[in-house]
Design a protein around this ligand. Structure first.
Ligand code: URA
Length: 240
């Protein structure tokens, strides 16, 4: 069961607000009956019309992409660069959930489910995202603790994180660090390292909530299973 205005907007009729107006104006019918009540709930079997034209339910799509480098995390790019959407074979209007930088690789969700995407990217979502970073220099345990406890970025402290040294390459003076954060501020991982004096040379997102990249090669994608979608919904507390 879903509220009528939410159903209409999820089918692409218009924004939630505009759909409410359509209902209040008496333009919406459910099974032939005019509905002007905003709280009215519909289920999958109900036939909904706007101005007597049937609203076609949109199939929700969910993809997990192993984003390659040199792809832009948006639907279109004015400079004509390859977008992550170009890599997905669908005619539906899908979009990335959050952003990875042009040179960042790794796990990216792509969907046409605006409600889920909003919840996942909302700061209150607290979704754990794990990154594997190759950085310039030899990182110290003291700096690992600082990464974990929070760093001031643009005057705001980053939330508690988890950091682990995976490897130190003394010869080439490089370190490999795994960092798990629950926020999604702009260039957050790079800026966290940079504020401690380490330049990030390579960055890959390996995990998003309970999801990982297993079975995928770079540039490949798969659809999420119903179970995985339900789990994402339950993490962000959307009742379905
Ligand atoms: N943090 C970054 O700095 N870049 C990304 O692409 C993702 C997280």
């Amino acid at each position: 069961m879903e509220r009528l205005q939410k159903f209409l907007s999820s089918c692409g009729v218009d924004s939630r607000r505009k759909c409410e107006e359509l209902i209040l104006k008496g333009k919406v019918k459910v099974n032939g009956n005019k509905i002007t009540e905003l709280g009215y709930k519909v289920n999958e079997k109900d036939v909904v019309t706007v101005d007597d034209v049937e609203v076609i339910r949109k199939e929700k799509l969910y993809f997990l992409l192993y984003k390659p480098e040199k792809t832009i995390c948006s639907v279109k790019d004015e400079k004509g660069r390859t977008t992550v959407i170009d890599l997905i074979d669908t005619d539906e209007k899908v979009f990335p959930v959050g952003r990875l930088d042009y040179d960042t690789t790794g796990l990216l969700l792509i969907t046409n489910d605006g409600e889920l995407a909003n919840k996942l990217t909302h700061p209150k979502g607290h979704i754990e995202k794990t990154y594997s970073a190759k950085i310039e220099g030899i990182i110290t345990q003291k700096d690992i603790k600082i990464l974990e406890n929070g760093i001031l970025l643009d005057g705001i402290k980053t939330k508690k994180a988890m950091a682990k040294i995976k490897k130190i390459d003394k010869t080439n003076k490089k370190s490999y660090v795994e960092l798990t954060i629950t926020e999604g501020r702009n260039h957050q991982v790079k800026n966290m390292f940079l504020s401690l004096g380490y330049k990030v040379l390579k960055l890959k997102r390996t995990n998003y909530a309970f999801l990982d990249l297993s079975g995928l090669s770079i540039g490949e994608y798969r659809t999420l299973s119903i179970k995985e979608v339900k789990k994402l919904y339950s993490i962000v507390n959307i009742q379905k």
